[in-house]
Design a protein around this ligand. Structure first.
Ligand code: AMP
Length: 218
């Protein structure tokens, strides 16, 4: 059966960082809805243009657009073994749509690691976050600075601050998470799929605990 893992947690919890490490380790496709939207924005596709306003305001892109985008992505050949979902689902409607999609693909969500970090830490993390233009590698001016200022250690591309990591938008994103995404914690708890992980620990400890939760789920 295909392995589908949903990584849950507020913006700034470290989902992207962990998803990259874990997908690589397990040989799973890493599907980041935020990255796909940003790629579409950069290429100014129709989807990118539709999503832009919502993203810049720190709000969620409407469910119909988001669900169709993920459905298309999950049907590609690199997802034949399953996928690690990072940033999707973010609403109850998306979570229900995902269950249906996976049923059709012959799989289901195996485990939902949820990375927990208090709001004040999220604000500090997001405000100091710089991302690389080429692949979205993430650095922090204080906690994880690049070797050369403004340059990605991994691929040498330029580092920039995401529009939605600017302070006005960060607060809105956290509010949106609390209102629309946090209820999914209960949704997956009821299905016995949720595993809480303390996201304030060092990166490698968070990775180890997520890997352990995945291994335990079988
Ligand atoms: P992220 O990189 O995951 O923080 O996502 C950046 C932005 O993309 C979010 O603030 C939303 O505007 C949009 N986005 C990403 N994933 C979703 C989703 N599952 N549903 C709606 N909007 C999303």
């Amino acid at each position: 059966m295909r392995t589908y893992i949903v990584l849950l947690g507020p913006p700034g919890a470290g989902k992207g960082t962990q998803a990259k490490l874990i997908a690589e380790k397990l040989g799973l496709a890493h599907i980041s809805s935020g990255d796909i939207f940003r790629e579409n924005l950069k290429a100014q596709t129709e989807l990118g243009q539709k999503a832009q306003g919502y993203m810049n305001r720190g709000e969620l892109v409407p469910d119909d657009l988001t669900i169709a985008m993920i459905q298309d992505r999950l049907s590609r050949p690199d997802c034949e073994g399953g996928a690690l979902l990072d940033g999707f689902p973010r609403t109850a409607e998306q979570a229900n749509a995902l269950s249906k999609m996976l049923l059709e693909l012959g799989g289901k969500v195996k485990v939902v690691p949820c990375i927990l970090v208090p709001a004040e830490v999220l604000i500090e993390r997001l405000g100091g976050r710089w991302s690389c233009r080429a692949a979205g590698h993430v650095f922090h001016i204080k906690y994880n600075p690049p070797k050369v200022a403004g340059v990605c250690d991994m691929d040498g591309s330029e580092l920039y601050q995401r529009e939605d990591d600017k302070s006005e938008t960060v607060a809105r994103r956290i509010q949106v998470y609390e209102a629309q995404t946090a209820p999914l914690i209960d949704f997956y708890k009821k299905q016995n799929l949720l595993v809480e992980v303390d996201g304030t620990q060092e990166i490698h400890l968070v990775t180890e605990q997520i890997l352990a939760a995945i291994a335990k789920a079988g």
